[in-house]
Design a protein around this ligand. Structure first.
Ligand code: PRP
Ligand code: URA
Length: 208
């Protein structure tokens, strides 16, 4: 297991723009897509390659192609959808497994309401996407669903995480890698990440 905080200047610049209090829905969405794309680039850096023979313009040559397991993207509704286009820009043939969870505002515990996973998920690598990893309850519940369905290889991609959420996920699933644009300071008394992004779902969907 490892936590990869992606310090690439493009990631840090775009995340900084997302933290503006008065950002528009359009801009927040665009940036969530872009940072989602950059996190995907990092999270796929260890996909194994295999050599294959092709006929090129200059005759037969060998090229590298990704081998083995295919990918399923797992957005956690709602806010995870805001990163999905960014993932699919780099992995356009990925299947999508949707998990619906919301966080009870009183208890902060996740409440599941939807699950539609791809078939034969045991043959795929899951890239779970959600902008926010706060208490970690939603992520742990999602990983439990995926494991129960037979998925063995899971990576987590989040824009912002609280140390509390990282600890909860890594305590429960020490084997899972987390790719995050920023590990922020802490949670406030309402379970919001500080400084965080505010309510990411509301910002992506323009609700509130
Ligand atoms: C947010 C966020 C995560 C969850 C993180 O979703 O997108 O799914 O909270 O909190 P946790 O780590 O404490 O579980 P929310 O429940 O607000 O739902 P939404 O995506 O529908 O807005
Ligand atoms: N969900 C959000 O959207 N933001 C937070 O800071 C925590 C949970």
């Amino acid at each position: 297991m490892a936590v990869y905080e992606i310090k690439h200047p493009l990631v840090q610049h775009k995340l900084g723009l997302m933290r503006e209090a008065e950002i528009s829905t359009k801009r927040f969405r665009e940036l969530a897509t872009e940072v989602g794309c950059l996190l995907t680039y990092e999270a796929t850096k260890d996909l194994p390659l295999e050599t294959t023979a092709i006929e090129s313009w200059a005759g037969p040559i060998e090229v590298e192609q990704i081998q083995g397991k295919k990918v399923t993207v797992v957005p956690i509704l709602r806010a995870g959808l805001g990163m999905m286009d960014g993932v699919l820009q780099l992995v356009p043939s990925a299947k999508v497994s949707v998990v619906g969870l919301y966080r009870d505002e009183e208890t902060l515990e996740p409440v599941p309401y939807f699950e539609k996973l791809v078939g034969k998920i045991e043959d795929r690598i899951s890239l779970v996407i959600d902008p926010m990893l706060a208490t970690g309850g939603s992520m742990v519940a999602t990983i439990e669903m995926l494991k129960k369905a037979g998925c063995e290889e899971i990576k987590v991609l989040v824009l912002v995480a609280a140390p509390e959420g990282i600890k909860r996920v890594t305590d429960a699933y020490p084997e899972i890698d987390i790719y995050v644009a920023s590990v922020d300071r802490c949670l406030d008394e309402n379970g919001y990440i500080l400084p965080g992004l505010g309510d990411a779902g509301d910002k992506i969907f323009g609700t509130k």
